[in-house]
Design a protein around this ligand. Structure first.
Ligand SMILES: [Zn+2]
Length: 416
């Protein structure tokens, strides 16, 4: 990932270069920075405890990071009236340290099937500036990447962030992605094949680029800052144009041997006479619970007239108690529940996080999907799975994309 640009090291190069031991220093640096993902403020003593490094190593690393503006000491809170004075110990007081949120920035780019979301975020993945780009149907990969790089450059320019503080670009791409080669192998919704997304964007933007499947990127955001922060395993379930899962285990994304882990949209639910899926098969979960699938089914209902797409009208009608609308969503939620039960049976995650359409309609889908999950899992595993809706809402993809860049160029910089 981003080998060509690895020497930038997110502006932390001075801490890693040296005649010997740069690999060890990189490892130590990662351990220290990662501690700040888990907790807002950490003291030097806690850092030594968490990382297992000597207090001398911690002191040196922290001094370097403060000099680079990445860490700062938390100012001690003023003593409130009536509180006893804090006894001053001998020697240096143990002041807590925190990350300086705007010490560095990352650009997240989430490519969905018809839209591209961009966001420049700080070190906590909080967007400073966002933008979206609509892709015309059937657009070639070359034209799309040209438009994306132009828009990305505009976002960076408009942010007024000094270019030296931008660590790099995280790209959440659609379909099957190879992070090592930076190639988007297959994006079925876009009709792309073997597109060198990393080389193209990094050459245009003169920034390092890290790429991953877009739903896996959402799982990373939840692991960093969301529902999965303290979970040992997490499955992010996303449904919009396509349906997929991003799996994270012990804080790391699980990709599978060929990068296809989590392609739950293509679990067969209707073995015969199911609808044709865009993967070429029939009766896949995606043909039952994607936005388009539910929209197609809703078109046959007698829904009250109103604003927006047939899908929006379906949700409105269901919220108003329209029986056919409620029944359709219940039926589709049960299929989604079978998908969730399959995820739980195979992967047994501590937490499932829902995103996209599933999050937007969870008030309607949740009861039947959860009941089905519980009925169809072994030994009560479904009962013990925590289920949450993404707190990042529509920005889950773009914040996830920024998380990719922060992981690759800040929290886990390579030493090469
Ligand atoms: Zn399929």
């Amino acid at each position: 990932m981003a080998r060509r640009w690895g020497q930038r090291l997110g502006g932390l190069r001075g801490l890693l270069t040296g005649s010997t031991g740069s690999t060890i220093r990189a490892h130590n640096l990662r351990a220290v920075l990662f501690a700040f993902l888990r907790q807002e403020s950490v003291s030097r003593a806690q850092l030594a405890q968490i990382t297992g490094l000597s207090s001398t190593s911690i002191t040196n690393l922290v001094r370097g990071l403060i000099r680079q503006g990445v860490l700062a000491e938390v100012k001690p809170q003023r003593r409130r009236a009536g509180q006893p004075p804090v006894p001053r110990g001998v020697g240096r007081p143990q002041r807590a340290l925190r990350l300086v949120p705007d010490a560095r920035f990352a650009l997240g780019v989430h490519i969905d099937v018809d839209r591209v979301y961009l966001a420049l975020t700080d070190l906590y993945g909080r967007p400073r500036l966002t933008d979206t780009l609509t892709l015309t149907e059937g657009i070639s990969a070359a034209d799309a990447l040209q438009q994306i790089s132009e828009r990305a450059a505009q976002v960076i320019a408009a942010s007024a962030v000094p270019p030296g503080l931008i660590l790099g670009v995280g790209l959440g791409a659609s379909g099957l992605v190879e992070p090592e080669t930076g190639i988007n192998r297959i994006a079925p919704g876009l009709g792309w094949q073997d597109v060198p997304v990393v080389d193209t964007l990094s050459a245009r933007l003169r920034l390092p680029v890290a790429v991953e499947n877009n739903v896996r990127a959402m799982a990373l955001a939840e692991t960093f800052w969301g529902a999965g922060q303290n979970a040992s395993s997490l499955a992010f379930i996303y449904g919009r144009v396509g349906v997929g899962a991003g799996l994270a285990l012990d804080g790391k994304l699980y990709r599978g041997a060929n990068g296809g882990a989590g392609e739950i949209g293509h679990i067969t639910l209707i073995p015969t006479a199911g609808e044709r899926c865009r993967c070429g098969n029939t009766g896949c979960l995606e043909t039952l619970v994607s936005e388009a699938a539910i929209g197609r089914a809703a078109a046959h209902l007698d829904l009250p007239a109103g604003e927006g797409s047939v899908l929006e009208r379906l949700l409105q009608a269901a919220r108003g108690g329209h029986a056919d609308a409620v029944n359709l969503l219940d039926e589709r939620a049960r299929y989604l529940g079978i998908g969730l039960a399959t995820v739980v049976t195979v992967f047994n995650p501590e937490v499932i996080v829902l995103g996209g359409f599933f999050a937007r309609a969870w008030d309607l889908l949740g009861p039947a999907a959860t009941a089905t999950l519980r009925e169809r899992t072994f030994a009560g595993m479904g009962e013990r799975t925590r289920i949450e809706v993404t707190r990042f809402q529509e920005q889950a993809g773009v914040i996830g994309a920024a998380a990719l860049a922060l992981q690759a160029f800040f929290f886990e910089p390579s030493e090469t």
